[in-house]
Design a protein around this ligand. Structure first.
Ligand SMILES: [Zn+2]
Length: 84
């Protein structure tokens, strides 16, 4: 019984290892990996640009105000807009 369990665990570990190896080979040695990295870079730059208020400058993610529409806004702009 123990041998069957050990064999099953080892088989699952082998499958996971092969899948991980294939994932990293695709990610680092194919054009698909380059495309995924470029997309990730674009998203990172877009997120950083979303944190910069054109009037008040850069803000931390935790300082932003989430509106009821789901958008986020600079806290100073929110105060000026809502409370005058
Ligand atoms: Zn602002």
């Amino acid at each position: 019984m123990t041998e069957i369990i050990i064999e099953g665990v080892l088989f699952v570990a082998l499958v996971v290892t092969i899948a991980t190896l294939c994932y990293f080979l695709i990610l680092y040695f194919t054009p698909v990996g380059v495309r995924l990295r470029q997309t990730r870079n674009r998203r990172q730059i877009d997120r950083a640009a979303d944190l910069v208020c054109p009037i008040h400058g850069p803000r931390a993610t935790t300082d932003l105000v989430r509106l009821t529409s789901g958008d986020v806004m600079c806290p100073d702009c929110y105060k000026e807009t809502v409370h005058g």
